[in-house]
Design a protein around this ligand. Structure first.
Ligand code: NAD
Length: 475
């Protein structure tokens, strides 16, 4: 069914209704757009049982067959791009261009991952002994995703988990389950029953997954606070975990850049998807020599950008995705105003309907203000002045998280030197969001545990197996 119809879960290759249901809201107008299944514990058990049953057959299939089927998921996304994109905009709020990008990037990602294979490393091969290291699948993977990019976040887990030979139970955010439920329905025609199961429900369902004894690994993307709970709960059964969590990413702009040329890139680096991107620029440090010029160019550029219902033509940025997040970002704006901080743009949340926050830029607030210290995950950006490079590196690192960061300069060697001093898993130089299926992505400090993407990310969906064989003398 498209979004005009009924949304159902996928368990063991079949469409399954919930024993209870929950409402999904369009963040652009707060209207209820669908009722979706709210899975019971028994339904989660059924999904895990189906995945466990499918595992021996799926993992025994030759790698080439799994590669072909991961590529087929990409082709399926391409084929249904328009429908999925419409649903993403409806439930998540982002512009149609943003949703098109999300589905197309997900399809490309599947194709890239479908070319990966699992290495077998021979570390000793003598007359006496051969020692080889293999990577075997774990079993059932529980994939738990957030609401900012529902399909891309799901594919970042599904593609490598399946390629490595695991089966999956996937749970989207209760705020954005629709496109993921649709993906599950589409995959019923692509994959054998039980290989991918999609269940929807509230946060309890996530907790049941992290507790579940038959789930061998949890791959989680979401907030640092929930990540802590996942780790605690997974400890009971010593599950493998990958946690991709929040951050408070700094961009450092050196005085040798052209403010006008760099302003659009900085803008989109901060505000793409209404700033609901884990690695968005969340603190923008600009050298005092060009601070005023960058501030001016950013504001001028921002004025050309349209905020509104993402489903409407000409809209570039949609609302904040849900009411809780809206209230959180509104709280940061209210705090900045109450403390007398100056807005170069925006500053006042809309009264609704819809969770709209205008593009808001705060002029050099104190380093300890809430808008600097807290991850906004919404369209409010503190613009901060610096003079000394060592001091700004210290300020950039002065946080418990360490997800991403960026350095902007004509002197790439110098920028690389600064990048090496940032305590983050990813640093981009003179660009943003340069994700690649081949490049590992990870969080330092409290931004995560483990790695996604690249060979390291793929191997996180495996157990290491060392096979040592002593060669016997034959007669
Ligand atoms: P969230 O932590 O509230 O929810 C994420 C998912 O976890 C949802 O599916 C939710 O239902 C589930 N969940 C909630 N409680 C759970 C529990 N106790 N056990 C298991 N699962 C549970 O996060 P969110 O608000 O959906 O997403 C926003 C956050 O995600 C931001 O902090 C952002 O930085 C982060 N994020 C990180 C990345 C990354 O790759 N590092 C990407 C996107 C978003």
């Amino acid at each position: 069914m498209s979004f005009d119809g009924e949304y159902l879960m996928t368990i063991d290759g079949r469409a399954v209704a919930g024993e209870a249901s929950m409402a999904v809201i369009n963040p652009a107008n707060e209207a209820v757009i669908a009722q979706v299944p709210d899975a019971s514990r028994a339904q989660l058990d059924a999904a895990v049982t189906a995945a466990s049953r499918a595992f021996p057959i799926w993992s025994a299939r030759p790698l080439a067959e799994r590669q072909k089927l991961v590529a087929a998921i990409g082709a399926c996304l391409d084929q249904h791009k328009d429908m999925l994109s419409r649903i993403i905009t409806l439930e998540q709020g982002k512009s149609r261009a943003g949703s098109d990008w999300e589905v197309a990037t997900s399809a490309d990602w599947c194709r890239a991952v479908s070319t990966f294979s699992l290495p077998v490393e021979v570390i000793q091969d003598t007359d006496e002994r051969r020692v080889e290291i293999r990577h075997t699948p774990i079993g059932v993977v529980g994939a738990i995703t957030p609401w900012n990019a529902p399909i891309l976040m799901a594919i970042w887990k599904l593609a490598p988990a399946l390629l490595a030979g695991n089966t999956v139970v996937l749970k989207p955010s209760p705020y954005t389950p629709l496109a993921t439920l649709e993906l599950g329905r589409l995959l019923q025609d692509v994959l054998p029953p039980g290989v991918v199961n999609v269940v929807s429900g509230g946060n309890d369902l996530g907790q049941w997954m992290t507790d579940h004894p038959a789930i061998g690994k949890v791959s989680f993307t979401g907030s640092t606070a929930t990540g802590r709970r996942v780790m605690e709960s997974a400890a009971k059964t010593l599950k493998r975990i990958t946690l991709e969590l929040g951050g408070n990413d700094a961009a450092i702009v050196l005085p040798d850049v052209d403010p006008k040329a760099v302003a659009p890139q900085l803008f989109w680096g901060a505000f793409f998807n209404s700033a609901q991107v884990c690695v968005a620029i969340k603190r923008l440090y600009v050298h005092s020599d060009i601070y005023d010029a960058v501030a001016h160019e950013l504001v001028e550029y921002a004025k050309t950008v349209t905020v509104g219902d993402g489903a409407l033509q000409g809209v570039d940025l949609g609302p904040v995705q849900n009411k809780a997040q809206f209230e959180k970002v509104k709280g940061l704006l209210d705090d900045a105003r109450a403390k007398g901080q100056r807005f170069l743009l925006g500053g006042e949340a809309s009264k609704g309907p819809g969770y709209f926050i205008p593009i808001s830029i705060v002029d050099n607030p104190p380093e300890d203000s809430r808008v600097v210290v807290e991850e906004a995950f919404g369209p409010v950006l503190p613009l901060l002045k610096f003079d000394d490079i060592n001091d700004v590196i210290r300020r950039a690192n002065d946080t418990d998280t360490g997800l991403g960061g960026s350095v902007w300069s004509g002197d790439v060697d110098k920028a690389r030197e600064i990048a090496g001093m940032l305590q983050t898993g990813t640093v981009w130089i003179n660009e943003m969001f340069a994700f690649s299926p081949e490049a590992p992505f990870s969080g330092h400090k409290q931004s995560g545990v483990g790695v996604e993407h690249g060979m390291q990310g793929l191997l996180e969906f495996t157990n290491t197996q060392t096979i040592t064989s002593r060669k016997l003398a034959t007669a």
